[in-house]
Write a protein that binds this ligand. Structure first.
Ligand SMILES: N[C@@H](CCC(=O)N[C@@H](CS)C(=O)NCC(=O)O)C(=O)O
Length: 221
């Protein structure tokens, strides 16, 4: 449970590029958990490694710093948020929905290598579509099937994968931005779901800050 006197600190990377940071940030916001942010600039070689090393035992971010512990790994941070704010139902209550929400989140965490490598997240940009390799086409097709299954099976009570916002939406939000950034052609359900993410108020707050960050980086001497 969250300590009443200590505000958790989420250490995050650049808003434009750090898909891993977006995920727990969105989940914490949806859960209504108050937290502070500590940004680390990525892509600066040794300076980035050194900055992360003082924040994270794994050498990776995000991490959530609590009064008495540091939680690394996106899924663990979101699980913590689910325990700290159970009313937000970041994991669905129904046993089957919860299992499939975890499965979708784990699949995203471990897979989709071609999509990740060929379409890195860059929220502020619209970019040319990458060459449609067989691996990329397979990843996109799998995402579409997964989203369609979740929406059809569990999506009656809202526009998210399991109706209301859950861990699976946090995990797949960066995929929605990749599809938008690279103009990937999608079926109707996936197009609607991408629009759902772009309509999400918390995502919009992250996106607005990502644009400010991009503009600041472009005008930096
Ligand atoms: N498995 C980790 C992955 C986190 C990750 O790969 N983070 C990247 C930034 S998005 C990182 O820390 N990279 C180290 C670096 O850029 O030096 C998680 O679930 O949080």
């Amino acid at each position: 449970m969250a300590s009443a006197s200590y505000r958790p600190v989420l250490v995050i990377g650049d808003r434009n590029y750090s898909s891993w940071s977006l995920r727990p940030w969105l989940a914490l916001r949806h859960a209504g958990i108050a937290f502070d942010e500590r940004p680390v600039k990525l892509r600066q070689g040794e300076a980035t490694r050194a900055a992360i090393a003082v924040q994270s035992p794994t050498g990776r971010i995000p991490v959530l710093k609590l009064a008495d512990a540091i939680i690394p790994e996106t899924i663990a941070i979101i699980e913590w948020a689910n325990e700290a704010a159970p009313d937000a139902r970041l994991l669905p209550e129904d046993g089957l929905a919860r299992a499939l929400c975890r499965a979708a989140s784990a699949e995203m965490h471990a897979g989709f290598a071609a999509l990740r490598n060929q379409c890195p997240m860059d929220i502020a940009q619209r970019l040319p579509a990458p060459p449609m390799t067989a691996d990329l086409a397979r990843d996109i097709a799998r995402v579409e099937v997964l989203w369609r299954d979740c929406r059809h099976r569990f999506g009656q009570d809202g526009p998210y994968l399991f109706g209301h916002f859950t861990m699976a939406d946090a995990m797949f939000a960066p995929v929605a931005t990749r599809f938008a950034s690279y103009g990937i052609e999608l079926g109707q359900t996936a197009r609607d779901y991408v629009a759902t993410i772009y309509r999400d108020h918390h995502f919009q707050a992250w996106q607005a800050a990502a644009l400010v960050e991009r503009d600041a980086a472009q005008t930096a001497p």
